[in-house]
Ligand binder design. Structure first.
Ligand SMILES: Cc1ncc(COP(=O)(O)O)c(C=O)c1O
Length: 381
């Protein structure tokens, strides 16, 4: 990450993302916008495939994978040796579930606000008692709820950094302390956190954290990132694996599997190389703008959106300011109809049950938010 970011030039930043000239794009929490930078990396990937074929692997692509690993590790406050690349969050979560040593503990504590791929990991495992805690208000979870539920039968406290339908930002330090006090592992699904919320994983105490380029990191679909805390990497021996996880990957010896000494031991085969390229473009832009500035800009945009929605008479499902992120849920009687109405006017948002979901990022403007709220106000369902 650049220690001294260049001045924030919104016009220049917006010019990087062609969709912003064509649409009012307010759906980053589903899919971040594609940049010219990512496109240039993708062009390079395609060109090398055309001109070099498989030698591109050895001369370029393996190095690109390591570039990305280094950038992601620096971005989220970890070492490269603590960072693995995987095909999806679901795969990252299942590798974690299959990496901790067998234990008499069989309880996994999650929340009803988590993205379901997290709870599903344990719902399908025989012998696991899955506890899905209820939110007191449909927006947040209180650390005390986890503290009550996590006990000496608990294997994992597994929950989100930022909830995907409320934008509520959980306190990672509090979560990991609760898990560790009870002797449980702390696993965090950070797909909606990394890229919009400042992160320093080495100081959170979390054992495992998953993220990916799809949304706030502006790198597209096809990859996920897994952080495993340094002191755990060498102790854990995943029971699902691949040739990327072995120490001597290019020795090709079917008799000699040895876990890699770093987080590559959690990897599950060839990563999506096109996505490695698009992810590099997105990550570079995020690093250049700087996560502190992104978070500050997103706070300003979110506050503006909240005020406009309230002025227009909408009620919101919203976290208190100290736990708020750039995911705003607007109550609506016909969310799907509203999203289609807005799409007809070039405004891209999303819906979840009972709500229209609006998620600006640092590249959006206050005018775009005004346009969105005006169009929404014209369609009450
Ligand atoms: C919090 C969260 N976790 C996980 C996912 C998706 O997981 P996967 O990469 O397995 O598709 C999403 C959304 O796509 C999400 O919002």
């Amino acid at each position: 990450m650049s220690p001294d970011p260049a001045p924030f030039d919104l016009e220049r930043i917006r010019a990087e993302f062609p969709i912003l000239a064509a649409r009012t794009y307010l759906n980053t929490c589903s899919l971040g916008a594609l940049s010219r930078r990512s496109e240039a990396y993708l062009d390079e990937f395609r060109e090398r495939w055309h001109t070099m074929g498989a030698s591109a692997w050895y001369e370029h692509w393996l190095a690109r994978i390591e570039d990305l690993r280094r950038k992601v590790a620096a971005f989220w406050g970890a070492a490269s040796a603590e960072t693995a690349l995987l095909p999806s969050t679901s795969v990252a979560l299942s590798v974690v579930a299959e990496s901790v040593p067998p234990s008499r503990r069989n309880r996994v504590v999650c929340s009803e606000l988590d993205f379901p791929t997290l709870t599903y990991q344990w719902a399908v495992k025989p012998g696991i008692e899955l506890v899905v805690l209820e939110s007191p208000d449909g927006v947040r979870m209180d650390p005390e709820q986890y503290a009550e539920a996590v006990d000496d039968r608990t294997l994992f406290l597994a929950t989100s950094h930022v909830f995907f339908t409320t934008g509520y930002v959980q306190d990672l330090r509090a979560l990991s302390d609760i898990a560790h006090r009870a002797g449980a592992w702390c696993l965090v699904d950070g797909y909606q956190g990394a890229g919009q919320v400042p992160l320093d994983l080495s100081s959170t105490g979390a054992d495992f954290y998953t993220g990916g380029p799809l949304k706030w990191l502006l790198g597209g679909p096809g990859l996920a990132y897994l952080y495993v805390r340094d002191d755990l990497v060498r102790r854990l021996e995943p029971r699902i694996t691949s040739w990327f996880a072995t120490e001597d990957q290019f020795g090709f010896d079917p008799r000699a599997f040895r876990y890699h000494s770093d987080a590559r031991r959690f990897e599950m085969g060839t990563p999506s190389v096109p996505t490695v390229h698009t992810a590099l473009g997105g990550q570079e832009i995020v690093d250049e703008v700087g996560i502190a500035r992104i978070a500050e800009r997103n706070r300003t945009l979110t506050q503006h959106l909240v005020e406009r929605c309230r002025e227009a008479g909408f009620s919101l499902r919203l976290a208190e300011p100290a736990h708020r992120s750039a995911i705003v849920m607007v109550r609506h009687d016909d969310p799907a109809g509203a999203v289609a109405h807005l799409a007809g006017r070039g405004i891209i948002v999303d819906h979840r049950p009972g709500h229209v979901r609006v998620s600006p990022h640092f590249y959006n403007t206050e005018e775009e938010l005004d346009r969105c709220v005006q169009a929404l106000a014209a369609y009450r369902g």
